[in-house]
Design a binder for this molecule. Structure first.
Ligand SMILES: Nc1ncnc2c1ncn2[C@@H]1O[C@H](COP(=O)(O)OP(=O)(O)OP(=O)(O)O)[C@@H](O)[C@H]1O
Ligand SMILES: [Mg+2]
Length: 254
């Protein structure tokens, strides 16, 4: 579905992605973890051509997004929903207009139809009563959910989530996890989730990839990931108080 072929990218004088090769399968939830600055957001940006590789290419199905131009590029981008790190809402627009913006810009749907779809997505993220509020009136968790509603407004095939639970309380985080999972099971979307939240990663990931020093050092399903012998994976797990014999294996998967 999404394939990185030998992708390298240098930014600010530093090799951020170093000959990266991996494939994300259709209908899976692929989680990317790694230290701050490891290149997680940079990886997501390559999938929608907000960045292009210095070497190698990124394929979306049979299409090469790294070289696509014009309408072909628009077509590829329209298959994606993107929840940006920090939600990136427009402060001067209310919630409904923030969410409906992509439809207003890219389609000729009527205002009534757009409102109807916006309400539907707001219900999905449990924010039915936020329609006319402004981002400034919302909590961080609510803003995240508005960002999520906007990411799914055009019923994307693939959703990219950059830190969907960062800064949220554990209960709201689990709500977001369940929503990500529902979108996969009910709508069949393929998801790529960047997160520091190991609990989320283990709960929703079909597979978890760890980025370290420009390389993918591990890609495995959660049950193998927690047992990985890779020292960077172990360091990451230990930092979150999960050891290979940890709680999670005792059945705490939510
Ligand atoms: N547009 C850019 N110009 C220059 N350097 C950049 C640019 N975008 C990213 N970088 C650098 O690339 C590296 C990886 O950035 P990236 O945003 O992917 O990190 P990350 O893994 O998402 O980290 P975090 O967990 O903090 O969000 C960082 O060193 C960052 O400074
Ligand atoms: Mg990032």
């Amino acid at each position: 579905m999404i394939r990185f072929e030998n992708v390298s990218k240098r930014l600010g004088g530093k090799v951020v992605l170093d000959e990266i090769d991996y494939e994300i399968r259709a209908n899976e939830t692929f989680v990317i973890v790694g230290a701050s600055g490891a290149g997680k957001s940079v990886s997501l940006k390559h999938m929608v051509r907000l960045l292009t590789p210095d070497q190698g290419r990124v394929l979306i199905g049979d299409d090469c997004v790294s070289t696509a131009r014009g309408t072909k590029l628009d077509e590829i981008r329209n298959r994606f929903g993107f929840l940006f790190q920090g939600a990136a809402l427009m402060q001067w627009l209310n919630v409904a207009d923030n969410i409906g913006l992509p439809l207003r810009m890219k389609t000729d749907l009527s205002d009534e139809e757009i409102d109807k779809r916006v309400r539907e997505k707001l219900e999905m993220v449990n924010l039915g009563d936020a329609f006319e509020k402004h981002p400034g009136e919302l909590s961080g968790g609510m803003r995240k959910r508005v960002g999520l509603a906007r990411a799914i407004i055009n019923d994307p095939e693939i959703i990219l989530y950059d830190e969907p639970t960062s800064g949220l309380d554990p209960v709201t985080s689990r709500t977001i996890d369940r929503l990500i999972d529902r979108l996969r099971t009910e709508l069949g979307v393929t998801s790529v989730v960047v997160t520091h939240d190991l609990h989320s990663a283990l709960a929703i990931g079909s597979r978890i990839a760890m980025l370290h020093d420009g390389k993918i050092v591990e890609v495995s399903p959660p049950e193998e990931f927690v047992k990985s012998q890779n020292k960077f994976v172990q360091g990451f797990l230990e930092a979150q108080y999960i050891t290979t014999k940890g709680d999670w294996e005792d059945g705490n998967r939510s």
